[in-house]
Write a protein that binds this ligand. Structure first.
Ligand SMILES: Cc1cc2nc3c(=O)[nH]c(=O)nc-3n(C[C@H](O)[C@H](O)[C@H](O)COP(=O)(O)OP(=O)(O)OC[C@H]3O[C@@H](n4cnc5c(N)ncnc54)[C@H](O)[C@@H]3O)c2cc1C
Length: 557
């Protein structure tokens, strides 16, 4: 199969038309008269996290609270390792973006006084099912935005530390796109599928985070020499067992507490940060007091029905399970378990090292949403705000006309990709290598199977195995374009695995139990009140340790 080279030019290229990407496109049109091109591997009408199901705005400044309260909460949850400047600029925009979404047609539930219905102290309730189509419709109504659906971006074009565009392939058509742009936003979300999931094999895509967010943005950044941060702070979600449905609606919606099989509450024993909640569950199971539950027995009939409706909106399999078994949450406590680890900068702090305007260390390349680091607990509205900030900064940067990417680079990429497409047989399959990667990460880099624990020795084994698998990907064969996308996704995940392993080893402490449980260094130390960053230089991942940035600072690279 031969690839056709198709060249495109735009002012602002947005990679990933999800939450942050779509919102950034709308903002850019308000801030600049330039053109926007969104390259999305799926279809922006239903893609990314918003298509996975949301039922609340998890980041909102409710009456009586301030953006600084939000910063304090996120800092405490991350035990200090956050960027104050990023958190504050994000928190200041949360309510603005929620109001804009309401004006576009999002239903935000109201109480009897007409105020937004709060859930806990930072959330408001929405009808989340149609949030992505609403965003997609707003994008479609803007004539300066072009959307390329089913186009997978796999590499940046960078010259002299500055972004010129990106390479992409058609998921269905045999096309290699060479896209040049004056500024680029990476908004590809986080990374799922690095570790063996709760449901491996045939059901491996049944996971909490969208399995098609494969970490492309992280990998492209790593390979282009961008500085990246805090990959060691993995995210492990505490979920309803088997269905992997979220538990926040139970914990915050009806105040359900974590209990062990003996009915004993264990939250206070281990702490209530996000990572401590997972750790407590792991420990109770390990010490023979599992399984663990959220105590829902005793809630009112109305709460019981509300929960069933909320889950139908967000994770229908959970409601179906309740109805099928006849044991709704008011009758039976909900069993919980931890997922495999993900890399998700919207929940923890891992991703691109950006300045306050969300520009990465590559000139003209911006990052927003789950792919951007330093700013945990951003969720839907935080991803919107970051998209907004990045788009405004990109519009201001636009004045600079960039040189077009050279043709020789495209010809070389074409030959490399056609190598996979035209290979008649391969000694390995992509699925098999992916499974081997997930097993290696699970066993040696702190997955479910090793109770999220690792040591220097085990990380060395993981690194060796990942390097071996990476070499094997060179021999894979792709009979069609979709298979080629799978190969690129596997390679992205392997690139990211290497960075995650190096970061896990570099932070020689255990600050976030379960998220980064280093058995060689089980305690936390004040000398680790710093960011662990990395940058690939001459094929070597160099670690950089940076002092904390406070909210009073405007950080510049
Ligand atoms: C199951 C689930 C439930 C959640 N519930 C809530 C909730 O109720 N409330 C809340 O506030 N937050 C919730 N969140 C968090 C919130 O949805 C996310 O943090 C936020 O939407 C992330 O936005 P993003 O733009 O970074 O990523 P996404 O919205 O996932 O966008 C990434 C986009 O990039 C595309 N892409 C990826 N790779 C490529 C590539 N190589 N080329 C082209 N395109 C690519 C993807 O297809 C996707 O469209 C939830 C998250 C999940 C996973």
């Amino acid at each position: 199969m031969d690839l056709e080279i198709r060249t495109l030019a735009t002012d602002f290229l947005i990679i990933g038309g999800g939450t942050a990407g779509c919102y950034a496109a709308l903002t850019f049109c308000e801030a600049s008269g330039g053109s926007v091109l969104i390259a999305e591997k799926a279809d922006i009408e239903r893609s990314g996290c918003l298509a996975a199901g949301v039922n609340a705005i998890n980041a909102y400044i409710v009456p009586g609270k301030t953006p600084r309260d939000y910063v304090d909460y996120a800092r405490a949850d991350a035990q200090g390792i956050v960027r104050g400047d990023l958190l504050l600029t994000m928190a200041e925009g949360l309510n603005r973006t929620a109001a804009k979404m309401e004006s576009l047609g999002l239903t935000i539930l109201k109480d009897q006084q007409g105020r937004y219905a709060a859930r806990g102290s930072r959330n408001i309730k929405i009808n989340g099912e149609n949030i992505k189509p609403i965003l997609a419709a707003a994008v479609a109504a803007q004539p300066r935005i072009t959307v390329l659906n089913r186009v997978n971006v796999f590499e940046y074009i960078v010259r002299d530390g500055r972004i010129l565009g990106a390479y992409a392939i058609g998921v269905d058509e045999p096309v290699l796109y060479v896209i040049s742009a004056k500024a680029v936003l990476c908004a590809t979300g986080g990374a799922a599928g690095l570790y063996r999931p709760n449901h491996p094999g045939f059901s491996r895509h049944k996971m909490w985070y969208p399995p098609f967010n494969t970490g492309a943005g992280y990998a492209m950044g790593i390979l282009s020499g961008a500085e990246m941060t805090t990959f060691e702070m993995r995210f492990i979600a505490l979920r309803c067992k088997d269905t992997i449905a979220p538990t926040g609606t139970l914990a915050q919606g009806v105040g359900a507490k974590q209990i062990n099989a003996l009915g004993e509450g264990y939250e206070q024993k281990y702490g209530v940060t996000t990572s401590q909640r997972v750790h407590g569950t792991v420990m109770e199971n390990l010490e023979g007091r599992g399984p663990c539950y959220l105590r829902t027995v005793g809630i009112t009939k109305e709460q019981d029905e509300d929960l069933q409706k909320a889950y139908l909106n967000m994770a229908p399999s959970q409601t179906l399970r309740w109805l099928e078994s006849g044991r709704t949450p008011g009758v039976q406590n909900v069993e919980i378990e931890g997922t495999e680890p993900y890399i998700v900068g919207g929940h923890t702090a891992s991703g691109y090292w950006v300045d306050t305007s969300r520009e990465t260390t590559i000139k003209g390349l911006f990052a927003a949403g789950d792919v951007a680091g330093g700013c945990p607990q951003k969720y839907v509205t935080g991803a919107f705000v970051e998209g907004e900030i990045a788009a405004r900064a990109a519009a201001a940067y636009m004045g600079d006309q960039t040189a077009p990417p050279d043709r020789g680079g495209a010809e070389e990429k074409k030959r490399w990709l056609e190598g996979f497409l035209n290979r008649s047989a391969a000694p390995y399959g992509t699925d098999g290598l992916e499974e081997a990667m997930q097993s290696a990460m699970d066993e040696y880099a702190g997955g479910i199977g090793s109770h999220y624990r690792y040591s220097e020795k085990s990380l060395r084994i993981a690194a060796d195995k990942i390097r071996g698998l990476e070499r094997k990907t060179e021999l894979l064969a792709a009979p069609e374009m979709q298979e080629l996308v799978y190969i690129l996704e596997l390679r992205e995940r392997l690139t990211l695995c290497k960075s995650v392993i190096t970061h896990l080893g570099a932070r020689r402490e255990t600050r976030w139990h379960s998220f980064a449980e280093n058995t060689d260094y089980p305690e936390s130390g004040a000398e680790w009140n710093c960011y662990v960053n990395s940058r690939l230089e001459n094929g070597r991942l160099n670690m950089i340790f940076r002092p904390l940035v406070r909210e009073e600072d405007a950080y510049e690279h």
